[in-house]
Design a protein around this ligand. Structure first.
Ligand code: IMP
Length: 176
């Protein structure tokens, strides 16, 4: 692994606080209902596991994995499903949980994919949103933090497979 400078951007406590308030809002919205929470692998696994534990209603877990063709720091916009839902979401309340919305292409692709399965409702949550990087109109119902266009790692997010296990979010200073 090449030498990289990481500068902490969002600390563990701040992440925890923010996820607790996202969870409280979702608990209120889906009180008494069953929610199918869709984790988008790999990047969302940490956020997902903290968020569903902050939701105080019945949750069914589903997992998807997608990849976009392109280099390691830029999305190409062509998205491929590597792992799809295993259960039916027809007529269910669905929560789509993404780690980060950058161009918005992945989020829009997943929203379309899930809507095609005719859920009763579809709610989206993303820990991070880069408003300045959006290439398409993309609305996200619950956003943890809005950040600048810099590449970030940690708390599930990677650079070339590394740094997912950092418990905080850091900005990558130099990508060579
Ligand atoms: P989008 O389709 O451009 O919105 O990108 C979505 C995916 O790109 C995310 O789910 C991440 O896997 C990846 N991604 C975008 N920005 C970053 C970043 O700053 N760090 C790590 N992964 C990122």
């Amino acid at each position: 692994m090449q030498e990289m400078n990481l500068s902490p951007l969002i600390g563990e406590e701040k992440i925890k606080e923010t996820i607790e308030s996202m969870g409280a809002a979702l608990s209120q919205k889906f009180q008494g209902e069953t929610l199918v929470a869709v984790c988008v692998l790999k990047g969302s696994f940490m956020f997902y596991s903290d968020l569903i534990r902050a939701i105080n209603t019945d949750v069914i877990c589903e997992y998807m994995a997608v990849s976009s063709y392109g280099n390691s720091t830029q999305s190409s916009g062509e998205i491929k499903i590597n792992l799809d839902l295993t259960g039916s979401i027809k007529g269910r309340h669905v929560l789509l949980v993404e780690d980060i919305v950058d161009t918005g292409l992945t989020m829009n692709f997943l929203k379309n994919h899930l809507q095609n399965h005719q859920p009763q409702s579809l709610t989206t949550a993303a820990l991070l949103l880069k408003p300045g990087a959006l290439k398409v109109e993309c609305t996200v119902d619950h956003v943890g933090f809005e950040i600048s266009n810099d590449f970030v790692v940690g708390y599930g997010l990677d650079y070339q497979g590394y740094f997912r296990n950092l418990p905080y979010i850091a900005q990558v200073q130099s990508l060579s």
